[in-house]
Ligand binder design. Structure first.
Ligand code: MN
Length: 138
C-alpha cells in the first residue's frame, strides 16, 4: 500500500470513527456531577451517573462503559475500594478508570494507580482542560 493511500485511509477512519462514548461518572457531589456531565454531554458523550460506589459498581457491570470517572472521596465506600472492586470484574478489564480527587497530597496518585485506576484528574475541574484530559484516556 502506497504512503498516500495509507494516509488517506487513516484520515477517513478518523472522520468516520464515532465520537460518542458511554461514560460512567461516579461522584457524590451534585455540583461536580452536574458540571462533569454537562461538559461530557456537550462534547457528544453519553453520560451515566452514580452517586455512590455500590450503584457505580452495578452500573459499570451492566453498561460496560468506555470510560469510568471515579471520585475518590465517596461516602461509605471510598473511590479506592470502588476501583479495586471494578478491577475484579473481568468484563471491565479494558475500561479505563480515571480518578477524580481533591486530595493534593503526595502519594495520592500512586494510591489511585495501586487501586487499579488508569489515571488521575485533580479537582477542582478546569472546564478548559477537562475534555483534553478525558480524551487522552479514550
Ligand atoms: Mn466526593
Amino acid at each position: 500500500m502506497g504512503e498516500r493511500q495509507y494516509v488517506y485511509i487513516h484520515f477517513a477512519v478518523k472522520i468516520i470513527k464515532p465520537m460518542k462514548n458511554k461514560i460512567l461518572v461516579i461522584e457524590d457531589n451534585e455540583q461536580n456531577l452536574y458540571l462533569v456531565s454537562f461538559i461530557l454531554q456537550a462534547h457528544g458523550h453519553e453520560v451515566f451517573e452514580a452517586q455512590n460506589g455500590h450503584t457505580g459498581i452495578e452500573l459499570a457491570d451492566k453498561l460496560v462503559p468506555d470510560l469510568i470517572l471515579l471520585d475518590i472521596q465517596l461516602p461509605v465506600m471510598d473511590g479506592y475500594a470502588v476501583a479495586r472492586n471494578l478491577r475484579q470484574n473481568p468484563k471491565l478489564t479494558g475500561v479505563p478508570i480515571v480518578a477524580i480527587t481533591s486530595y493534593a497530597m503526595v502519594g495520592d496518585k500512586e494510591q489511585t494507580l495501586a487501586a487499579g485506576c488508569t489515571g488521575y484528574i485533580e479537582k477542582p475541574i478546569n472546564p478548559d482542560t477537562f475534555m483534553t484530559e478525558i480524551e487522552s484516556f479514550l
